[in-house]
Write a protein that binds this ligand. Structure first.
Ligand SMILES: [Fe+2]
Ligand SMILES: [Fe+2]
Length: 145
């Protein structure tokens, strides 16, 4: 998955996190597509799932700070994605993950960023209080465990 400016939501900290997620998904796509060994694919998924949880928690903090009116729907999309990645994480420990499954992850991310995250960012930018946007992102590490 290539990061592209069309995915920018207009909040620098969130855009940076989405860019990192895109890199992690690309790494996973490459591992799965190249038929890398299962351990490598599993560790890519573990890293993606971990970074994704931190990113979604950061967005959820922003939703609360800015009284986002569509928080319930947005949260339920996050819960579904966290579950899907957790399922994939478990599966990948015991069997090969197909590129088709990885394509579903990418499709979810693109759709969610393009629709739900853009709507959230628009609400935050219109509410004009962006003091909490930067906090919580500095400690978001990106390292392989
Ligand atoms: Fe997001
Ligand atoms: Fe989101």
């Amino acid at each position: 998955m290539e990061w592209s400016n069309e995915y920018a939501v207009g909040i620098p900290a969130i855009d940076e996190q989405h860019r990192k997620l895109a890199i992690l998904i690309s790494n996973l796509e490459a591992s799965a597509g190249n038929g890398q060994d299962r351990d490598r694919i599993h560790s890519d998924i573990v890293m993606l799932a971990k970074y994704n949880r931190a990113h979604l928690a950061n967005e959820e903090m922003l939703m609360r700070a800015h009284d986002y009116p569509a928080a319930d729907e947005h949260l339920s999309e996050h819960r579904q994605f966290i579950k899907a990645l957790a399922d994939l994480e478990r599966q990948s420990a015991v069997r090969q993950v197909t590129t088709e499954l990885v394509a579903l992850i990418r499709a979810w991310e693109v759709e969610h960023v393009s629709v739900s995250d853009k709507d959230l960012a628009q609400h935050i930018n219109l509410s004009g209080r962006d003091d909490s946007v930067q906090s919580g992102t500095d400690s978001m590490e990106f390292d392989r465990e």
